[in-house]
Design a protein around this ligand. Structure first.
Ligand SMILES: Nc1ncnc2c1ncn2[C@@H]1O[C@H](COP(=O)(O)OP(=O)(O)OP(=O)(O)O)[C@@H](O)[C@H]1O
Length: 257
């Protein structure tokens, strides 16, 4: 881990109509850091990830990824809104694992993983296949390559979702409540895979989660979001055992009891 921020939100404002979801948010993630975002429903956690995936635009402020503005392009007298080509280039640095898996239902597991590397990165079919097979091995699904998503359990589908995101070799992996759509008995297998990635790989990881115990285990830093801002942040130890803000304490009491 280095101190260079790979992700930086600088006074970012995001509104939906009259609702201000991000309120001059300042937020940074260092290269290699594993950061969890926790907080009440509607506090803007998923919006942060959706902005990074270029699924939502911003209303004010600047987001940079690896030192380059995400939603803007520099021009001599300042920044102008980014072109589609710029967004595409920037988006390639990030991978996302969605709450609802979002696999292509009509494609096999293997094809779900090889599709973007061949179409977007221009990998040969053979190289994409080798990469997919390695990743399926990594997430414990080497024997499921020829199945279709509906033939898999939710936990297996989510592990394919993780393999698919990794196949693009992103610099940053984003997880949006990756276990919240799963039956309780399937949560563990997905958390195990994410935990293994956090421990054994130099990836930068940003995780929105309701799994407090997991956030505590895998994170270098935990951020408590409240009404579109970081109310408090620190190491898991600091935040979970000795929060300094009443609001954090109330939230943790409500979710941990
Ligand atoms: N496309 C949209 N149009 C209008 N409002 C939206 C849109 N997307 C999100 N919102 C609203 O913005 C607020 C923040 O949403 P966001 O999904 O970031 O919250 P969250 O902290 O991730 O919540 P949760 O834990 O429930 O997923 C919510 O009030 C939500 O209803």
């Amino acid at each position: 881990m280095t101190d260079d921020p790979i992700i930086k939100f600088d006074k970012v404002v995001k509104r939906f109509g009259d609702l201000t979801v991000l309120n001059k948010l300042d937020f940074q993630v260092a290269k290699g850091e594993k950061v969890s975002i926790i907080g009440p429903s509607g506090s803007g956690k998923s919006t942060v990830l959706r902005i990074l995936m270029t699924l939502e635009n911003i209303d004010d402020g600047v987001v940079t990824v690896a030192g380059e503005p995400l939603w803007h392009e520099p021009e001599p007298d300042g920044l102008k809104p980014a072109s589609e080509a710029h967004l595409r280039k920037m988006r390639a640095q990030l991978g996302m694992v969605f709450q609802q898996f979002n696999l292509f239902p009509h494609m096999t597991v293997l094809r779900n993983i090889t599709e973007a590397p061949t179409k977007v990165l221009g990998l040969s079919k053979q190289d994409a296949r080798l990469r997919a097979e390695e990743l399926l091995e990594l997430v414990g699904l080497a024997d499921q390559a020829q199945k279709y998503p509906h033939q898999l359990s939710g936990g297996q589908q989510q592990r394919v979702g993780i393999a698919r995101a990794l196949a693009m070799r992103p610099n940053v992996l984003l997880f949006d409540e990756p276990t919240s759509a799963l039956d309780p008995e399937l949560v563990g297998e997905v958390l195990n895979v994410i935990g293994m990635l956090a421990e054994e790989h130099d990836l930068t990881m940003l995780l929105v989660t309701h799994e407090m115990r997991f956030a505590r285990e895998i994170s270098d830093r935990v951020c408590f979001f409240d009404r579109g801002k970081i109310r408090e942040q620190g190491t898991p130890e600091e935040l979970f055992t000795d929060p300094s803000e009443d609001r954090t304490r109330e939230f943790l009491k409500a979710v941990l009891d």
